[in-house]
Design a protein around this ligand. Structure first.
Ligand code: ASP
Length: 398
């Protein structure tokens, strides 16, 4: 019996209709797109690979795809008991892929593809990419690997992949980390490696059934940037903001000062880097009202905890004993989702809790009393605050 593969069409160049065979640029203007049925009619061989079904969820260019459409796709994936192929414009393919990689609660194959040349053009990659995507989704080896992308015969992880060239067909790459495998010229699906970071069922992100997502904006720093854009954004009070800086985490001073003002205004701020590869590391352990990391940064706590005296207690469940540290000033608590690391930044040192399995925040009438964490080895660690601290309203729904 053939595996079941369901195709969700969203539009993009893979379904574009150009005015003539040598058009590679004007086709989005026509606004017309081929349907999934029409795309499948061009590759009848696909019916030998899988029992196919499909639907046109959207018919748009991918610059028009964002959080509302991601939730729509997630809902379709969750309610369809088949391996999934999504056809998508290449412009924001990586965002949709990464969102689904973190939020789909299933190990079924989910494969996203697109094309750099519309199906009406000479040398189009639309047919082969869709065929490869169906072949990949139908392969048992594709299950349990998170969301995969395939263009140009290359299988990439949604975690790493990015579009690197405006026009070439080999535009999707994973930089430092490379391809996961190939759907090769002899039609074989070959994997050479897997992603090791948490995805799909292993992430803490469960947004099933949600109608919208909190607004988070991104501001890029550049040489000479001041704080005007960040301050303007703070005025609009987004649920969070990402500030993109340089290298391992540096910023023009005026820009970073504006970031600190955002933290003071109760807005969680995440610092990121414009460098293609590498991390933003925790720096600046001086009592600054902002903390750095490559993942989520609870800027609100970072600021609010400034100067609070915290006690760290590590209790080994096996031995049943407890080591109580002295009171030390705590600067903030940062959770880095990429490394799955909880970082309690103390004066002069950082207390790192790897692979936290459970984080329980003890509140009392809106005041923070303690944070209890069970780490990857089952050890319970408790961060006590000497005095309960009122949480800003933004903290109620992180
Ligand atoms: N404009 C197209 C899009 O929908 C580009 C593409 O698909 O390559 O992203």
């Amino acid at each position: 019996m053939l595996p079941k593969v369901h195709i969700l069409g969203t539009g993009g160049s893979i379904s574009g209709i150009g005015p003539h065979r040598l058009d590679y640029t004007l086709y989005p203007e026509s606004g017309k797109k081929l349907t999934i049925e029409q795309l499948l009619a061009r590759i009848p061989e696909a019916r030998e690979l899988a029992e196919l079904s499909g639907e046109d969820v959207l018919q748009v260019g991918s610059p028009s795809i964002g959080p509302a459409e991601w939730l729509q796709l997630l809902q379709r994936i969750e309610t369809t008991p088949a391996a999934i192929v999504i056809t998508h414009g290449t412009a924001t393919l990586e965002e949709t892929a990464y969102f689904l990689h973190l939020t789909v609660k299933s190990g079924r194959p989910v494969v996203i593809t697109g094309a750099m040349r519309p199906p009406t053009s000479v040398g189009t990659d639309a047919d082969l990419n869709l065929l490869d995507a169906i072949r990949l989704a139908a392969a048992p080896e594709a299950a349990g690997r998170g969301v995969l992308t395939i263009l140009n015969n290359e299988i990439q992880s949604a975690r790493d992949v990015t579009k690197s060239n405006a026009f070439r067909v080999d535009t999707f790459g994973s930089r430092d980390f490379g391809v996961l495998g190939y759907v090769d010229s002899d039609a074989r699906v070959l994997f050479y490696r897997s992603v090791t970071r948490a995805h799909t069922t292993a992430t803490p992100f469960d947004v099933r059934g949600r109608k919208d997502l909190p607004r988070v904006d991104i501001v890029h720093a550049y040489a000479g940037a001041d704080g005007v854009l960040v301050d303007a954004l703070t005025e609009r009070r987004p649920a969070g903001m990402v500030l993109v800086g340089f290298g391992g985490g540096s910023f023009p001073t005026a820009f970073l000062d504006a970031g600190k003002r955002a933290v003071q205004a109760g807005i969680p701020v995440v610092l990121a880097t414009r460098s293609w590869n590498g991390r933003v590391v925790m720096i600046g352990l001086s009592p600054e009202p902002i903390q750095l990391g490559s993942g989520v940064i609870f800027g609100v706590q970072s600021h609010a905890l400034l100067g609070q005296r915290a006690e760290i207690e590590v209790a080994s469940l096996e031995l049943g004993d407890a080591i109580v540290a002295e009171w030390v000033p705590m600067i903030g608590i940062t959770y880095d989702s990429r490394d799955d690391l909880l970082d309690v930044a103390l004066d002069r040192t950082n207390h790192l809790i790897r692979y936290p399995k459970e984080i329980v925040v003890e509140e009392d009438g809106g005041a923070l009393r303690s944070v209890a964490v069970v780490d990857g080895e089952g050890t319970r660690q408790i961060v006590h605050l000497r005095a309960p601290m009122m949480l800003p309203p933004a903290m109620a729904h992180p």
